[in-house]
Design a protein around this ligand. Structure first.
Ligand SMILES: [Ca+2]
Ligand SMILES: [Ca+2]
Length: 681
């Protein structure tokens, strides 16, 4: 979503629901069940639309987010001048992030579709280029974007008067009876009819069963009747009959059926309308459903392993999704990944459940879901705002959405990770919330909010990692200023009833997206005693816009050790080793752009001793360069150790500031070294 025209249209349409009085928010409980694993941590909602482009942002800003997938244009220079998927996918590949290819971005505007041949050429170019580039991190091909708003269908409605008619001029090769399929919508609650005359002679009527809505509701259907045509030109006139019906097109059967659009016919005392759910000559006489199906087939011809993503509706609507899935099933062209956007404070839980019910009703296997543009109520001002996205991510995680990407409202600032950066190089408060999300490892566990259907009220998501021995809970949203976080069913590594756990409560403030935030705040750090296998952590003074984290460890477990393999690693590799702390370390820090960024949190500003656990198998002294918090570089010298993967330690003083600090160890001028961890004292 990136263009104001559609925005205004959709806001107008939704204004009624948006202005309704909100609920009253009382003190809320969030209940985290650490033993109820809902799936592995994937950071499914960490990515964004155009959030990473060729040269923005710097790697160090996206690495800590560990986002599962981003979306980028199939090609730069049309919809967007930058962000071409191939170089961006290559940038992202080492970080493990995948990329959705937005094929519609082959067009400028919104979108200036030409014809099917041209489209197939574009798709062919993209697929062949992707194959030639050998990309290994393509999530899938999004066949179109926001067809409900951008598919330039047209139809005739308000055929409401005794003198209303739509007259098609139809050429028949020979005189005979032809099957005529009429695409219509009947939003009344009874069968409607049109009178039909052929070449001025009454030819009975066409009956339209109810469709449950009008064309604009994605409620079209088709009926087929036979008409006797003479060779050459014929006039087929549809006149007002009983009740009401709208007309999209007629198809006249033949060796290859010929479509006649209602909006191109002679229309008397009726009106033409635009709809993404209709067909028009602008779209090559194709409905979106037909277009998707044809493109799906083309895509599979080009690459049988490619995954098709669709329909990418801007707004989830039951009728539209049902119509889409029904049609694609009939053609055996169902998307491998089902997508739509979450932009208007819609009830995601309800929409998700409706979609799964559609799959069930059609006998379609459950597809991965990609919510491939999301924001709160759809303004740049709330994009990336933790208090707005926390309840969304919570629902995506709870319902195991496969991927979700932040929207792109903040035009023209691509490469800002979905408004997580205040400038091209500075983090805002939202970035830190997503960084906490990126820190999550192990398994996601269930979180029960006050109301799963409330898209703005406080909600959260949580993980537990029994190997790294911690849990974390991220939350945000509208409250009365206080939340009780109930954490229950502690895994055994936390101990049993009577054992103490340490909870660090952290807060990332979000003034607005253009205000840099260099550190999160620690609200408190307190030990709680497990009782009835749970603890309750009351937190007050909460802000609706901001984000919060509880970081929970067994009491007494050190929190001043930072594993290199958990840091942000650029152009190096993570290796396993029995003698490595945590079983892993960072190796091959071998290139001029190789570095490891440690995010270190300290309570007070002072000089700390940093103990670096490293390996140096070169047999001689080697070096790394050290810099922290944007300061000057210094040199760390590593004496040789027994070999690679055989660790020793070296101490160095660092001047850290209260809060978050970023310590970078980078390839030095002499030799090589591996990193296991750092300890801050
Ligand atoms: Ca039409
Ligand atoms: Ca390690």
């Amino acid at each position: 979503m990136k263009k104001k025209g559609l925005l205004v249209l959709l806001i107008t349409a939704l204004l009624g629901s948006m202005l309704s009085a909100g609920p009253v928010y009382a003190a809320s409980n969030l209940t985290v069940d650490l033993s109820n694993v809902i799936g592995p941590v994937t950071h499914s909602a960490g990515g964004s639309l155009y959030g990473v482009i060729e040269n923005k942002p710097d790697n160090n800003l996206f690495l800590p987010l560990r986002a599962k997938a981003y979306i980028n244009p199939a090609v730069a220079g049309y919809q967007q001048p930058w962000g071409a998927v191939i170089p961006v996918a290559q940038r992202l590949a080492p970080s493990g992030s995948q990329v959705t290819i937005r094929l519609a971005d082959w067009f400028t505007g919104w979108y200036d579709y030409t014809n099917l041949n041209d489209w197939f050429n574009k798709v062919t170019t993209t697929v062949n280029d992707v194959k030639a580039a050998g990309l290994t991190n393509v999530y899938g091909y999004e066949i179109w974007n926001e067809p409900d708003g951008t598919w330039k269908g047209r139809y005739v409605g308000q055929i409401d008067y005794s003198d209303s008619y739509v007259e098609f001029t139809v050429n028949a090769p020979t005189a005979k009876s032809y099957a005529m399929t009429v695409r219509y919508a009947n939003g009344t609650n009874a069968v409607s009819t049109h009178t039909l005359s052929v070449n001025g002679t009454g030819a009975g009527s066409v009956s339209y069963p109810v469709t449950g809505g009008w064309v604009a509701d994605a409620s079209s259907a088709s009926v087929t009747v036979n008409v006797n045509l003479r060779a050459g030109s014929n006039k087929l006139r549809f006149g007002k009959g009983a009740g009401y019906a709208e007309l999209d097109y007629i198809d006249i059967a033949g060796t290859s059926p010929v479509r006649y659009e209602a909006e191109n016919a002679t229309v008397n005392r009726a009106n033409l309308f635009n709809s993404g759910y209709a067909s028009s000559n602008t779209t090559g006489n194709l409905t979106f459903n037909e277009f998707f199906s044809l493109t799906y087939t083309k895509l599979k011809q080009l690459d049988p392993t490619a995954k098709a993503i669709g329909p990418s509706f801007a707004t989830y609507r039951h009728n539209a999704m049902l119509d889409f899935m029904t049609y694609q099933k009939s053609k055996n062209t169902l998307p491998e990944i089902t997508s739509w956007h979450q932009l208007w404070d819609e009830n995601f839980t309800a929409n998700h459940n409706d979609y799964r019910a559609i799959e069930n009703s059609l006998g379609i296997s459950g597809r991965p879901i990609s919510i491939n543009e999301y924001s709160g109520r759809g303004y740049a001002e709330v994009e990336g705002m933790p208090g707005v996205v926390a309840p969304l991510i919570a629902k995506f995680e709870r319902l195991r959405v496969d991927t979700a990407m932040q929207s792109y409202w903040d035009v023209p600032y691509p490469g800002r990770l979905g408004s997580l950066l205040a400038t091209d190089t500075q983090r805002n408060g939202g970035w830190w919330f997503y960084k906490w999300y990126g820190d999550m490892s192990g398994n996601m566990v269930s979180v029960t909010p006050p109301n799963v259907n409330d898209i703005r009220a406080v909600d959260g998501f949580a993980n537990v990692d029994s190997a790294k021995r911690y849990a974390s809970v991220l939350f945000g949203g509208v409250t009365d200023g206080s939340v009780n976080v109930v954490i229950k069913n502690f895994p055994s590594f936390f101990g049993t009833n009577g054992s103490k756990v340490r909870v660090r409560a952290e807060w990332t403030p979000f003034v607005n997206r253009t205000t840099p935030v260099n550190t999160t705040n620690t609200l408190f750090e307190t030990e709680y005693t497990i009782s009835n296998n749970q603890i309750t952590v009351p937190i007050s003074g909460l802000y609706n816009n901001d984000g919060y984290r509880l970081y929970i460890t067994p009491a007494g477990q050190p929190t001043n050790v930072y594993e290199a393999e958990d840091a942000a690693v650029n152009h190096a590799n993570i290796a396993s080793g029995a003698s490595a702390s945590g079983g892993k370390y960072v190796a091959q820090i071998d290139y001029s752009d190789s570095y490891v960024d440690f995010y270190v949190k300290v309570p007070t500003t002072r000089t700390y001793t940093m103990t670096i656990r490293y390996a140096n198998g070169t047999g001689a002294n080697s070096t790394h360069n050290l810099a922290y918090n944007g300061g000057a570089w210094s040199t760390i010298t590593y004496a040789p150790t027994a070999g690679w993967g055989q660790f020793g330690t070296v101490n160095v003083n660092v001047n850290l500031t209260a809060g978050d600090n970023i310590i970078r160890l980078a390839k030095g001028s002499t030799g090589y070294a591996e990193l296991d961890n750092i300890t801050i004292n």
